[in-house]
Design a protein around this ligand. Structure first.
Ligand code: PEP
Ligand code: MN
Length: 332
């Protein structure tokens, strides 16, 4: 259950009420938000004298649920927005990993020329094999910072584990929690306690309920800037890397109040399918796309097969504009 209480309650009373109801408490400027387990189906008596508003919830998808807020939360990224009434589809693009200055500068120039505002590149890479490139670490963050200053782009980059979470939060405009880390409570909590925008990627073996519950871990720490990312789930199919769950996206759009972006690159695993999938996603009216692009994909140190080169990316990008237009959206 979610209950709003007045912002002018004393801290002692708030603490006492939280203890009695076993609620998580979030302080907003206008009110306190108390969130108890969703198994609580009646307003606890101790809260009754104070409650401004209350919501009985069907499941522990609570703060992210349309039953609590029936719309899409609006998120500000630089000079643009997604969610709310914006009808914007944000393009987030860049290489899987930042490899060196020349590589990131080349891709950044191409993106900026097209009007892309968010550069995404990993510095701390979660990998399937321990013998592959794991990222440039802090040196990579510094290079991304250089690109931000040089080109005015916003930076999205991934946090892999608790050893570098503070550094990533400090350098990034958008922090990505990857599919393999979706359940990591120390990451969810650290990102929840910051005000950075968080892209939470769906674990490839997780249900939608488990996915949104992890988003609630971030929201319940007080950070409202959460974006969900569908990046493909594991099915019996092996000819594509994963299976992009568009049905799941339709479910999220109906039941969840967070913006949803799509990552066809990791779902497909091969460059040839990515532009078609991106077009399908835009036609579906999603809030954003995450596309991997590299100046020379064959030589990429991670995810080589799926990255688009500059010509492929440019062609795909231009083809998305009329589709967005047709469904009443703008690519930003
Ligand atoms: C990535 O975005 O480069 C990545 C590793 O993605 P995922 O966490 O979805 O596998
Ligand atoms: Mn990748």
């Amino acid at each position: 259950m979610i209950v709003h209480l007045p912002a002018n309650l004393s801290q002692d009373i708030v603490n006492e009420l939280a203890k009695l109801t076993k609620a998580i408490v979030i302080k907003k400027p206008e009110y306190y938000v108390f969130v108890t387990s969703s198994s609580v189906k009646e307003l606890p008596q101790v809260l009754a004298p104070f409650a401004i508003n209350e919501w009985i919830m069907k499941s522990d998808m609570q703060l992210s649920s349309r039953d609590y807020f029936n719309g899409v939360r609006k998120i500000n990224i630089g000079d643009t927005y997604i969610g709310g009434d914006c009808k914007n589809t944000l393009m987030i693009a860049g290489p899987c990993s930042i490899e060196d200055e020349e590589q990131i500068d080349t891709i950044c120039q191409m993106l900026v020329k097209l009007g892309v505002k968010v550069l995404r590149a990993g510095c701390f890479k979660p990998r399937t094999s321990p013998y592959t490139f794991r990222g440039l670490g802090i040196d990579g963050l510094k290079l991304l910072d250089k690109m931000r200053k040089k080109y005015g782009v916003k930076i999205a980059t991934e946090v892999r584990d608790a050893t570098h979470v503070d550094a990533v939060i400090q350098y990034a405009d958008i922090v990505q929690i990857g599919a393999k880390s979706m359940y990591d409570h120390s990451l969810l909590t650290a990102c929840g306690q910051s005000d950075k925008i968080v892209i939470l990627k769906r674990g490839f073996g997780t249900t939608l309920q488990e996915f949104v519950n992890c988003a609630d871990f971030i929201l319940s720490q007080g950070n409202d800037n959460v974006i969900l990312c569908e990046r493909g789930i594991r099915t019996f199919e092996t000819y594509t890397r994963f299976t992009l769950d568009l049905c799941g996206v339709a479910w999220l759009k109906k039941h969840c109040n967070l913006p949803v972006i799509l990552d066809p690159s990791h779902a497909m695993g091969y460059d040839y399918g990515v532009p078609d999938l991106a077009r399908a996603c835009v036609a579906m009216g999603v809030d954003g796309l995450l596309i991997e692009s590299h100046p020379n994909p064959k030589c990429a140190l991670s995810d080589a097969a799926q990255q688009l080169n500059c010509n492929q990316f440019t062609d795909m990008y231009n083809s998305l504009l009329p589709i967005a237009n047709a469904v009443g959206r703008n690519i930003v």
